[in-house]
Write a protein that binds this ligand. Structure first.
Ligand SMILES: Cc1cc2nc3c(=O)[nH]c(=O)nc-3n(C[C@H](O)[C@H](O)[C@H](O)COP(=O)(O)O)c2cc1C
Length: 316
């Protein structure tokens, strides 16, 4: 069985991934949030830091590319190869309006003929391993069996399925029926992704689809960074482990990001997922959210850790 960290744009950057790896680990692959493949453009400073081998030492990392232009994909893939990467992932799931209106991410799923031509070009244009991360469609899953026929024509490293449609964003529940149908007809190895928020949730999916060997998790890990370890039979995080992880993350952000506002923006995003794991944490979470200076933030965090019990359980 293999467990993957999902790419979460703006959150699971190299600073987060490194802290997660150092404090908990448990993942077989760490996916890097999407890089937009742009015409004639090199990586931005932020992207360079995110992909640089020193910042990803010890982890098997897979960068993700977002584009509908095969030449841009291939050029970006070959630049990534120069950094030492052997494997890239194609984003066919991003539900954001600005992305789908350009026909990228989940928006590409509505253009099956163009998508097939694109896949033809990228699979014949590089010897790198290519995996694909897909949703079921835009409005509904009616076109997914056609997409599966297309996917079956290409030798993917794996096909990661998040069984929601674009319209769902992250609401509603994953369509397990449709996932099951895809599993039966797929020629490629399948990875399941969606709403694994606890070892129990993992077991439910694994029991229903025992042949699936590979699972990707995102938001569940933000709330419980020891989730992968627990699933693999390891020890669940205790409050002291979470504190250590928090402090490592916070201090690295302070070293690498300039200005209290930017540091706190990152930390507040994380607390959105982390705070509900603590009992009666609302009051302190509000203080964290309102803090504009690091000193205020630190005292709010200290109060939360001092006064709230860490439950380790996510509300679903
Ligand atoms: C804040 C946020 C950012 C995300 N960024 C990406 C991304 O860069 N690439 C991608 O393929 N999916 C992205 N996703 C989707 C996740 O990778 C994942 O498919 C989704 O959250 C479902 O898995 P989960 O229920 O385990 O979180 C993002 C999701 C969220 C909530």
């Amino acid at each position: 069985m293999r467990l993957y960290l999902a790419p979460l744009e703006g959150i699971t950057n190299y600073i987060y991934r490194r802290a997660l790896f150092q404090c908990f680990d448990g993942f077989d692959k760490y996916f890097i949030p999407f890089i937009r493949a742009k015409q004639n453009l090199n990586f931005s400073g932020r992207e360079k830091k995110d992909i640089s081998p020193e910042n990803n030492a010890g982890m098997y990392t897979v960068p993700q590319i977002l584009t509908r232009n095969a030449e841009d994909f291939l050029r970006t893939a070959s630049q990534l190869q120069e950094y030492g990467y052997q494997e890239v992932n194609l984003n066919l799931g991003c539900p954001s309006k600005t992305v789908v209106t350009k026909g990228c991410g989940a928006g590409f799923l509505e253009r099956p003929e163009e998508l097939e031509r694109f896949l033809d070009k990228i699979f014949s244009g590089t010897e790198m391993k290519i995996s694909v991360k897909t949703r079921l469609g835009m409005e509904d899953a009616k076109g997914f069996s056609r997409l599966m026929k297309i996917y079956n024509r290409f030798p993917m490293e794996e096909l990661i399925i998040h069984p929601r449609v674009q319209k769902d964003f992250y609401k509603n529940t994953p369509d397990l029926e449709m996932f099951g149908e895809a599993l039966v007809c797929s020629q490629n190895p399948i990875c399941y992704n969606g709403d694994i928020f606890s070892p129990d949730a993992f077991r439910r999916i694994k029991d229903r689809f025992p042949e699936v060997e590979c699972f990707m998790m995102g938001r569940g890990v933000l709330a419980d960074p020891s989730l992968a370890l627990e699933i693999k039979g390891g020890k669940a995080a205790e409050k002291t482990d979470i504190r250590k992880f928090h402090d490592l993350l916070y201090h690295t952000y302070r070293e690498e990001v300039s200005g209290d506002r930017n540091v706190l923006f990152k930390m507040k995003e994380l607390w959105f997922y982390l705070a509900p794991m603590f009992e009666d944490s609302k009051k302190y979470a509000k203080k964290i959210k309102k803090s504009e200076k690091c000193a205020v933030y630190e005292s709010a965090v200290n109060e939360l850790f001092a006064n709230c019990r860490y439950t380790g359980v996510q509300k679903q």
